[in-house]
Design a protein around this ligand. Sequence first.
Ligand code: IMP
Length: 177
Amino acid sequence: MEVLLSTAEIAARVRAIGSEISEDYSGKSIVLIGVLKGAAIFLADLARAIEIDNTFDFVAVSSYGRAKVTSGAVKLIKDIDDSIEGRHVILVEDILDTGLTLSYLRAMMLQHGPASLKIATLLDKPERRLAPIEADYVGFPIPNRFVIGYGMDYAERYRGVADIRIFPSERAEHGAR
Ligand code: IMP
């Protein structure tokens, strides 16, 4: 599989985002909320690249089968463990694709009354957007190709691949989780 982003490129960009976040939130403490499972590895590296006080938590979502594409219906499978009321929150995602998942999660998080809410995504596929949402921190904008590795899967496989690779399109049903 063709390598899209090497481990060195990913590490450098994650460090840069960590520094940016550390500056933006200087003197504050933040909560990183990762979206399982894809964002787990990005969050693990990002948390260690952030020099200010941070804690982390995870949520898990699933789409209602194929309905996600048309209706954007997303179901919460795992909620946050601790209250985020009055906290500075950053939602951490692997890929911002159609934007339906993050639109749902952002609306849900805002109901909990955080002091602030931003979005960090490692990859952004702007061409595929259906919902009006942009991330505050973007690792890499990428073309409309299906990718695996660094936490991202095809049918649960390849999450442990260290770099990010393009999954052959003849094998990928686009948007497959
Ligand atoms: P969306 O923005 O609601 O369309 O959903 C984004 C989610 O779809 C990501 O968190 C991934 O789980 C999945 N996804 C989208 N594109 C890819 C890809 O190229 N590889 C692996 N997963 C993907």
